[in-house]
Design a protein around this ligand. Structure first.
Ligand code: FAD
Length: 337
C-alpha cells in the first residue's frame, strides 16, 4: 500500500476505536473495558506477534501492545493451550446490544427516525433513488447501504465482494467462584487458530465463548453441543459445563479482510465487510459515508481505494468454495500444522 496510504488507514482505524470509546461515555451501560489478548499456540506464532508489536511501535508509535510470556499468559487466561499472548490495552470489549440500543437512542434524540421491520427489497437508481419496501416507496436523494452480511442480494456489486459468514456464541451458566479458575482478569481473548476462538466473561460471570464460523445459510440446531466441545478444548476444567444460551449472527467478510467501501451510484454509497472488526469500524464507515453525502469525500475515498476483489465463484459457488477452504484450514488447526 505504501507508507502514506497505510498511515492514513491506520489513523482511520484508531479514530474508529476513539469514537467508540467516546460514544461509550454516553452509553455507560455498554461497559467499555480495555484489554484484548491474542493467544498464540506456538513459539513460531509468538515470534510473529512479537515482530508485529515491534512494527507497531516503529511504524505507528503505538505503545499499547506488548507480549506476555507463557507464565503471564496463563495467569491471564487459565488455559494450558496457549504458549503466550499479545496483550493490547488499546483494544477492548463492550456489551454490543446495549451499545446498539444506546446508539439508536442518541440518533433518535438527534432527530433520526428509525423504522424497524421494513425490509428494503429493491432500489431503483436515479435522482431521487426509489427505495421500495413491501409497504412503501421512498424517494431518496441519498441512499446509504449498511446492511453488511444481511444484504446479500440487493446490490450485485456489493454482494460480489462481501460474503455473508455466520458466527456463533454460547453463554455458559454463571460460573460463580469458578470464573476465577478460567480468567485472571476481565479482558477479551481471541486466538491464532484459523477457526478462531473468542471469549470473555460476562457481567454476571458466564463464559461467553464464540467461534465455529459457517458459510452455510441458516443456523444449525447443535450450536450448544459444538461450543461445549470447543470450550472444553480450551478450558478442560469446564468440561461438561452447562450452556444456558447459544445463538448466531451474520457478519460480512472480504478477501483481504478489510472493509468494502464504495460508491454504487452518484447518490448511493455502501460500506460493509468489516471481517469481524465491525463494532468499531462500522461507526467510522457511517461517519465517512455521512461526510461523502455532505459533499466531502476525501476520507470516504481513502477507504474506497482499498482493493477488495470479488470472491471467485460468483454468488452461487463462492460459499461452497470457502466452506471447502475452511474445512482444510480447520483440519490444519487440529493437526497443529
Ligand atoms: C457472533 C458474532 C460475533 C462478532 N464478534 C465481533 C467482535 O468481537 N468484534 C467486532 O468488531 N465485530 C464482531 N462481529 C461483527 C460485527 O457484529 C459486525 O461487523 C457489525 O455488526 C457490523 O455493523 P453494521 O451496522 O455494518 O451491520 P449489522 O450490525 O449487521 O447491521 C445491518 C442491519 O441492516 C439491516 N438490513 C440488512 N438488509 C436490509 C434490507 N434489505 N432492508 C432493511 N434493513 C436491512 C439488518 O437487519 C441489520 O439490522 C461479530 C458478529 C457476529 C455475528
Amino acid at each position: 500500500m505504501g507508507r502514506d496510504r497505510a498511515n492514513a488507514l491506520w489513523h482511520l482505524a484508531e479514530e474508529a476505536k476513539a469514537d467508540l470509546r467516546d460514544l461509550c461515555v454516553h452509553i455507560p451501560e455498554a461497559r467499555y473495558t480495555a484489554g484484548l489478548v491474542h493467544g498464540t499456540m506456538t513459539a513460531k506464532e509468538a515470534a510473529h506477534d512479537a515482530a508485529e508489536v515491534d512494527l507497531l511501535v516503529r511504524e505507528y508509535g503505538y505503545t499499547d501492545a506488548r507480549m506476555c510470556d507463557t507464565d503471564e499468559m496463563r495467569a491471564l487466561v487459565k488455559s494450558p493451550r496457549y504458549h503466550s499472548g499479545l496483550l493490547d490495552m488499546g483494544a477492548g470489549q463492550i456489551h454490543p446490544l446495549r451499545y446498539a440500543l444506546g446508539l439508536a437512542r442518541m440518533a433518535e434524540a438527534a432527530g433520526a427516525r428509525i423504522y424497524e421491520r421494513s425490509e428494503v427489497h429493491q432500489i431503483t437508481k436515479g435522482d431521487p433513488a426509489i427505495v421500495a419496501t413491501h409497504k412503501a416507496r421512498i424517494k431518496a436523494r441519498h441512499v446509504i447501504l449498511a446492511g453488511n452480511g444481511y444484504l446479500p442480494n440487493l446490490e450485485r456489486k456489493v454482494a460480489a465482494r462481501v460474503m455473508p459468514l455466520n458466527s456463533f456464541i454460547s453463554a455458559t451458566e454463571p460460573l460463580g467462584a469458578r470464573a476465577a479458575d478460567v480468567m485472571g482478569q476481565d479482558i477479551a481473548v481471541n486466538d491464532s487458530q484459523f477457526v478462531v476462538n473468542y471469549f470473555r466473561l460476562s457481567e454476571d460471570g458466564r463464559l461467553l465463548f464464540g467461534g465455529r464460523p459457517s458459510y452455510r445459510m441458516g443456523f444449525p440446531q447443535d450450536i450448544a453441543t459444538v461450543m461445549r466441545e470447543r470450550i472444553a478444548a480450551v478450558f478442560p476444567q469446564l468440561k461438561g459445563v452447562k450452556i444456558d444460551y447459544a445463538w448466531g449472527g451474520t457478519l460480512g467478510v472480504t478477501i483481504p479482510r478489510l472493509p468494502a467501501v464504495e460508491r454504487v451510484a452518484p447518490n448511493i454509497v455502501s460500506a460493509g465487510g468489516y471481517s469481524g472488526h465491525g463494532v468499531a469500524l462500522s461507526g467510522l464507515a457511517g461517519k465517512v459515508m455521512a461526510e461523502a453525502v455532505a459533499g466531502q469525500a476525501g476520507r470516504f475515498d481513502t477507504l474506497a481505494d482499498i482493493n477488495v476483489p470479488p470472491f471467485p465463484g460468483g454468488t452461487a459457488f463462492r460459499a461452497p468454495l470457502l466452506a471447502l477452504a475452511m474445512t482444510w484450514y480447520s483440519m490444519r488447526d487440529r493437526l497443529g500444522v
